[in-house]
Write a protein that binds this ligand. Structure first.
Ligand code: HEM
Length: 99
């Protein structure tokens, strides 16, 4: 299994709107080949941060999705006026050890 962790920090007052957008997310990614699961979490010590954990069968599936137009469709619901803390967006990759 291959895991991508994407994190970013919201700079303005739009964190509640972003969280709502995730709850109503379009779900395109669910049909991407090799996609297993998406979890969206936000740390209690900083509710402006969003952590997106996606699990994939392998790195190839993730890369294919990330480079495809599905990625852009997946972000069609990003709330207007959203501002991120500059350079806060980061992505890291993980091997899965166990549940
Ligand atoms: C750093 C800037 C990013 C912002 C501000 C952002 C924001 C959002 C928001 C608000 C949504 C929910 C609304 C929508 O689906 O349109 C969403 C969905 C999603 N994002 Fe991001 N995102 C970012 C980067 C990433 C990255 C790098 C990944 C790759 C790991 C990613 C993966 C996803 C996935 C899988 C969904 C669900 C889409 C679906 O349901 O089809 N995002 N994102």
């Amino acid at each position: 299994m291959f895991i991508a962790l994407s994190t970013f920090t919201i700079a303005n007052d739009m964190a509640p709107a972003v969280k709502e957008a995730f709850q109503n997310r379009p779900g395109f990614v669910n049909n991407a080949p090799g996609f297993i699961k998406l979890q969206v979490i936000s740390p209690t010590d900083n509710p402006q941060e969003i952590w997106l954990i996606t699990q994939w069968n392998n790195e190839e599936s993730y890369k294919t999705w990330h480079h495809s137009h599905m990625y852009h469709e997946s972000h069609s619901g990003i709330p207007k006026g959203l501002k991120l803390v500059p350079r806060s967006a980061k992505i890291r990759f993980f091997e899965h050890i166990c549940e």
